[in-house]
Design a protein around this ligand. Sequence first.
Ligand code: EAX
Length: 345
Amino acid sequence: MTIFVTKKEIEMKKILIALIITMITVSSLFAAGQDEASGDVENEVQEMVIGIVTVPDSAQHIAAVKFKELVESRSNGRFVFDIQHSASLGSEGSIIQQVQLGTVDIAIITTGPVGNVSKLANALSLPFLFKNNEQADMILDGPLGQEILDSLSDYHIKGLAFSENGFRNLTNNMVQVASAADVKGLKIRTMEAPLQVKIWRMLGANPTPMAWPINTELAQGTIDGQENPLWVIDKYKLFEVQKYMSMTRHVYSSHIDMMNLATYEKLSPEDQELFVTCMKEAAVYQRALNRESNAGYMQNILDNGMVVNETPDVDSFRTLVGEIYEQSKKDIDEDFIARLLEAVK
Ligand code: EAX
């Protein structure tokens, strides 16, 4: 059987081929258009939320503002940040959870409650660990600090840097604390973390964990005292509700500056580096400013009538909490604690 191909069929085939070519051209043009569109998405402004529990001009806020300024300017405005402060997002514990979920992108959190997430972070809450600011900087900006930051990635968090609260001091309304014996029976508010409660129990206090801020509880006498660095006592006007302060400097209180891990990983490698670098710079800036400002905070605290003991018997505190170091070997990580203690010798 012969197959006839009519002229009409040839015409039809030509039309079909022309149609296919047109379709291919149109679809490739469309794809190119889409590429351009996704290029636009990259150039679009990306908004991110930074969460902190404290007020404007607080240590956390100063670090957050510096980071915001640095990234906004160096990215030519491709990133903009909305700083949610003054507990508008809830407690520090809750902000950490929101970072884990990604509903908050970035947060600057006092290290105390971060110990509930990564036990390595708890090592930084060991009392009398760091002798001074320089030692704290050396460890936190070095490999041990990096290990703590990296440990957060198991919990959907990218650890960016450490800014600071500062060395913490004890205030209360009942007694001028000259040695650890005076702490016995005092109702002390602690940060919301079991290790904090344990330390204050060892010191003989009656500790209650509470979310920040605590001005009402101090005013009403639900608690007798609390412990925090000078800027907190000044900025939150704790001198209005607390009579005594003892410069116990019992722990160096850092902040962990963190980000949702998935959000971080979605950034280009260059932007990832930008975020880390800017947070580290913000931290260095904020720590220096905090330290420079301490004398002024102290003066204001004294001017507002607090009775300050600048030289309490710190050794009496150290003795009572000594055991926490042994316990932390098993509770935190024996090898890490050994290396940390060696480094702070
Ligand atoms: O930064 O909860 C605390 O005691 C913190 O130090 C407070 O958020 C201030």
